[in-house]
Design a protein around this ligand. Sequence first.
Ligand SMILES: *Cc1c(COP(=O)(O)O)cnc(C)c1O
Length: 417
Amino acid sequence: MAARVDQATDAQLLRQLIDGQLPDGRGRYGPFGGCYAPETLMPALRRLASASSDILDQASFQARLSTELADWVGRPTPLTPARGLGASWGAEVWLKREDLAHTGAHKINNALGQALLAQEMGARRVVAETGAGQHGVATAAACARVGIPCSVYMGEIDIERQSPNVDRMRRLGAEVIAVTGGDRTLRAAIDEAFRDWVSDPEGTYYLLGSAVGPHPYPFLVQRLQAVIGNEARAQLLHRSGALADAVFACVGGGSNAIGLFHPLLGDEQTLLFGIEAGGEGAGLGQHSATLAHGKPGVLHGSYSMLLQDVNGQVQETHSVSAGLDYPGVGPEHALLASIGRVHYDTATDEEALDALAECCLLEGILPALETAHAFAGARRWAASNPGKRILIGLSGRGDKDMPTLTKVRPGGQHATA
Ligand SMILES: *Cc1c(COP(=O)(O)O)cnc(C)c1O
């Protein structure tokens, strides 16, 4: 009896998501999401929520955004048949090439869209936070293009670890502000960027980098990243004459995955797989697999799944890829996991490194370490599901990961395929 009621509810929630009725008026995706922010920010978040639908829907805004996506970002990005991987896995494999977008990853789709929105809303400056620096670089580039000043908060430890990205941001005109308090990494940087925003919520626009945070950010980021799934769906139909049997994307905060998945939610025959960072194992602090090992809780303004200990303290995380190293995940993913529309799985550091090596050798493409997790998940699935059509979200290029690769796989081992 209970199972039947649950099933009906799940199907209804999925339908509402596909029909654009979620998030609801309170920013909720079923039980997840919402807006847990200081009272001082509520008016700014409400203004942003209406802008996220009103301004984004305006024909003039859409025209400017699509022109910039074509002229400056380089969209549409190609859909590449991966014949080498396909032969090796016994599958038909297609790659959606976000690594070929300007600045080398999908993050630019969101950064550009929000920078244009900030300008449209009359903001005088943009603030952002960055961990590994990829979102900071995309934001700095987008703000330079749009012509709006930008400050990027970055933990002191990350500044040291990611000095080339700090230099890139500064050359692109951004002010990089070192965060010396808290954990001196991404979490502290988010706190500081929020504090900055609270001091001037009217004149400052907070440009968030993934499908996380208080409403309306998860919705706004999904809308701006949906260009990935919309393009890929049309390209695959055109090239292959059919939809994918299975689609894979890596999940950190969840922006590239939701951008690819959201337009495919209604394709019932297509299985969707989000691959989280399994790190070095399932133990406390060894991974960043929020949906696999987390529990519901509030982090950075949103009720979603969260890696926490028994006292509700946020856990330490680990991943060989800095972009997946986050203890939370976007609320739409939490809902998609709970209703079973998307399957979430993990790939370990080693599996991701093997998959990266295989992609280099068989396709001549060096994917980001984040992206390599999606390849590892797809490779494992293909082994038990021969002859299927597989689409992989190639979220970014791996040039930025060379220092890590040189350290953990000196000389570049061959794939173990
Ligand atoms: C930042 C990043 C990710 C992880 O972020 P999501 O919001 O989960 O997409 C994945 N891939 C690449 C290449 C990235 O730079």
